[in-house]
Structures are given as C-alpha cells and as structure tokens.
Design a protein around this ligand. Structure first.
Ligand code: MTE
Length: 301
C-alpha cells in the first residue's frame, strides 16, 4: 500500500504553504490567498509521523465542559465566546496581573509542533499544533525563587458550557506541572492547529500541550496560571486518585487499574490497522527522562 503523504491528509492550501516553507528553508508560513494563516516556523521537536486529519482532530474530543461524549465538544463548543479573553497570572511571580490574550502571546515565537498525543483511554493521534514554549511566558512574568509548581485553571461559564451543569467535576477543570516540567521546551501553550486558530472544541483560544504525559494534563481554554510552592490539586487526581496520578507520564509498563497501557489505537488508522505499542514518555524519553532521575515512576504515576 502507498504511504500517505501530506497532500493526502492536509488541506490543500496548507500543504502548498508547507512546500513554500521547505523551499524557503524554514521561513515563516505565507498567508494563503483564501485563508489567513498563522505565521509559524517548524519546531525541532516535530515528529515526521503523518498527522491525523483536521476532521479527526476536531470531531473526536474530550472536553467535559461541553459533555462527556466524544462528539459533544464539536456539537456545543461553537457557542463559546473566546474574544475578549484574559488570563490571570498570579502567585509566586514578579509581575502578577490579568493579561489580555494578545499580551500573553506578545513576543513569543510561534512554532508548528507536530506532536504525538496519547490519551489515558489508550487512543492516540498526531497533531500539528501552533504554539510557543510555556517557559517563554513564565520567564516574561518572572518566576520567584520559591516557586516549585505551576497550576492551571480552565474557564467556568455554564451559560456557554452545557457540560458544567453536571457536577461530577468540581469546576474549574484544573491541572498542574512541576516547575521543571513547565519550563521544558517540549511544553507549549498552543493557540492553533493546522496553521489556523485553535478550534473551540480543541481548547480555544489557548491550551496547554505536554506531549510526554497523558492527554488529560493538556488543559484547554486556560484562564489562570498560578505559581506555587505546593503540588496543586488536579481534576482527575482529585476524582480518582488510584487511577490518575499527578505526574501522568505516558508509561507502557504502568497499567491503568482497568486497562493495559502497553498499546494504543491510532484514531483514524482504520479497522484493520491493529494497535501500536505505546512508547515510554510517548516517544519523548530522550528529551524528558532526565526530569525523573531518582523517581520511582510506578509510585509517582
Ligand atoms: N481541558 C479541559 N478544560 N477540560 C477537559 O475535559 N480533557 C482532557 C484534555 N484537556 C479536558 C481538557 C483530556 S481527558 C484529553 S484526552 C485532552 O484534553 C483531549 O484533547 P483533544 O480533544 O484536543 O484531543
């Protein structure tokens, strides 16, 4: 069977633009005539695995603020107002404040990061994000020396988020990282995918992406980032601590209590494609294993 190429899976204009990048030796994406493209240079961390299609990435989602079904986010997220948007940055920082989205992204170099994405439910995708390093923002606001963790909160707006009428999650959805994880160059704040603004069901206008951790760490629609000296409470860990740890590093050797994590189903790969092996740290072991030297990952799961 012929191997799929970018032109099979990519909207034509974007594919043409990618050819221009290659021709231009890594120059920023050109604005296509039909669609306003986000300017972004390719990331050194991108995988050369074939990305999932835009359709797959935007119609099979977890975003409980809109419901628990995989198609609820696509169905209901259209009503979400993402402009204006601001992010509170507080806690152990030099320059706390309420920052407009434009101010959060100001001066941060956007890159296209094609990352593997592995959900704790054992499905996976490859997603061409547009984003910038979280470290760039943290350095700009100035991290105080006592800070050890970064806590994130997502939007609470029940009138636009029908899933928030259900109380099974104590809203807001919360996540957190250790400071060294947050400062790692693989950790990004993403504002788009496939060269366009972030689709609402994928966490518009700004979300976290931590590609070596299970997808639930990658919190969507962020409104607050707090630097703290304590490990912060996180949504899935609070709900089911025996099943979801704080670290949630992708690890094929530590099974979920109810299913194996040794393999995964690549969304869209077809009924007969079979499962593929899950890689330690989702394939980013060379980059991130050093963060966990001396830690027992079966305990710190
Ligand atoms: N962020 C918020 N705010 N609410 C959520 O329910 N779900 C998480 C994560 N971020 C979630 C969230 C889970 S479980 C996964 S697997 C990913 O988002 C899914 O991201 P995707 O839909 O863009 O693939």
């Amino acid at each position: 069977m012929r191997r799929l190429t970018w032109s099979d899976v990519t909207p034509k204009q974007l594919w043409l633009n990618r050819r221009q990048i290659i021709a231009g030796g890594g120059a920023a994406l050109m604005a296509g005539p039909a669609l306003a493209r986000i300017k972004a240079a390719p990331s050194r961390y991108s995988t050369d695995a074939t990305p999932n299609t835009f359709e797959e990435i935007t119609s099979y989602n977890n975003f409980y603020e809109f419901g628990t079904g995989k198609d609820d986010p696509k169905r209901y997220a259209g009503a979400l107002t993402t402009d204006p948007w601001s992010v509170v940055i507080d806690g152990l920082v030099e320059r706390p404040g309420t920052y407009d989205l434009a101010d959060v992204v100001k001066g941060q170099p956007l890159e296209e990061q094609i990352y593997r994405f592995r959900c704790v439910e054992a499905w996976s995708m490859v997603i061409p994000w547009i984003g910038f390093e979280l470290a760039g923002l943290l350095n700009r606001v100035g991290v105080q020396s006592g800070a050890k963790f970064v806590a994130f909160e997502a939007l609470v707006r029940p009138e636009e988020m029908p899933g928030q009428s259900s109380r099974f999650i104590n809203w807001p959805y919360r996540e957190g990282l250790r400071l060294d994880e947050a400062m790692h160059p693989l950790t990004i704040l993403a504002t788009g995918l496939y060269g366009e603004e972030m689709p609402k069901q994928n966490g518009a206008p700004i979300r976290l992406v931590v590609p070596w951790k299970y997808g639930f760490k990658s919190i969507k629609s962020i409104v607050r980032i707090s630097l703290t000296d304590r490990m912060p409470p996180t949504t899935w860990n609070m709900l089911q601590p025996q099943e979801y740890g704080f670290y949630a590093n992708v690890n094929p050797k530590v099974d979920h209590p109810r299913w194996s994590q040794a393999s995964e189903r690549r969304v869209g790969a077809g009924l007969f494609a079979g499962r593929q092996d899950t890689l330690m740290f989702n394939g980013y072991e060379a980059e991130v294993a050093g963060l966990y030297a001396g830690q027992d990952l079966a305990v710190d799961y």
